[in-house]
Design a protein around this ligand. Structure first.
Ligand code: R5P
Length: 290
């Protein structure tokens, strides 16, 4: 029992002041549970509402792609500049030191490799995601793929059900169906379906009319970088996406395949969180590359 000696009477009740229940900084998350919000707050900076996720989950479909040959040499030095790490459990367990203290967006599905057409997609055990202390689980949704749309929608639904049970947000990863045009109409549909299914974050691609994609999606959108671009174009892409309402980036190849990945991730971080213009971002990249 606490010692009652020296007990001070409580007096500071703020009578007459409305209870300060500030809105949560992550779009669409105000009604989520405390645990969900805590995990989202580890990913999205409460001061800026934005996030830079470093994506290096490519190996699960591509194998040791360029820039990911040696996670210990290529990725671990970049980890300190990322807000969150997106990777598979195999790479997390084998190659990322557990004391880096970064939230993990765990790639939680597995499918076919680039050697074949997408034909199967399965979820990992949610208890394993918990064991890895995942702050989010990333699961693909292949909108417009006749074979895989329903299977990936079912997987996303199951992931959300499991995530809701344990307070783990799910990121819906929009995979682009081969027959689909990469336009705002398509990305708006794919993103919205992810959110309607219960995803708390959506990863999609930047496109013309992106502001409509963001407006129609009730949860935060982060953009994938896509294939390697010249640094100037990749930095412009980040700027335009954030300017049009993205809550950040989930970027891989444009960071780890950059001529200077350490400078690139810092420039991207500054564009996303500090609102640097593309010119300022490029200047930062060049300065850090000297
Ligand atoms: C795609 O499904 C992969 O999960 C990547 O994480 C994603 O595409 C982001 O990487 P990148 O910026 O290289 O496109």
């Amino acid at each position: 029992m606490p010692d009652m000696d020296g007990f001070r009477e409580a007096t500071n009740f703020g009578i007459g002041q409305a209870s300060q229940c500030s809105d949560f900084h992550v779009k669409g998350a105000s009604n989520l549970s405390w645990g969900m919000k805590d995990r989202l707050s580890r990913i999205f900076n409460p001061k800026t509402g934005k996030a830079v996720l470093l994506a290096f989950d490519h190996g699960f479909i591509m194998g040791p792609t360029s820039g990911l040959e040696r996670i210990d040499l290529n990725i671990v030095p970049l980890v300190q500049y990322a807000d969150c790490l997106m990777c598979t459990r195999g790479i997390l367990q084998s190659s990322i030191p557990a004391n880096v203290n970064k939230p993990i967006c765990l790639r939680s599905d597995a499918g076919t490799t680039i050697l074949t057409e997408l034909n199967r997609n399965v979820l990992i055990d949610v208890e394993d995601a918990i064991r890895y202390n995942a702050s989010a689980m990333a699961v693909m949704f292949a909108a417009g793929d006749g074979e895989q749309e329903a299977i990936t929608a079912a997987n996303l639904t199951e992931a959300v059900d499991l995530g809701n049970r344990y307070g783990i947000p799910v990121m819906g990863v929009t995979a682009v169906g081969k027959q689909m045009a990469r336009d705002a109409r398509y990305f708006a549909l794919a993103s919205r379906v992810c959110a309607e299914t219960g995803a708390s974050i959506v990863k999609t691609y930047y496109c013309e009319g992106f502001e409509k994609v963001v407006a129609a999606c009730p949860v935060p959108i982060v953009i994938a970088g896509g294939k390697k671009l010249p640094e100037k174009e990749a930095i412009e892409l980040c700027y335009k996406a954030v300017n049009d309402g993205a809550a950040g980036v989930d970027m891989g190849r444009n960071v780890f395949q950059s001529e200077n990945p350490t400078a690139m991730i810092q420039a991207v971080h500054a564009v996303v969180h500090e609102g640097l213009t593309p010119e300022q971002g490029m200047e930062m990249f060049n300065d850090l590359s000297k």
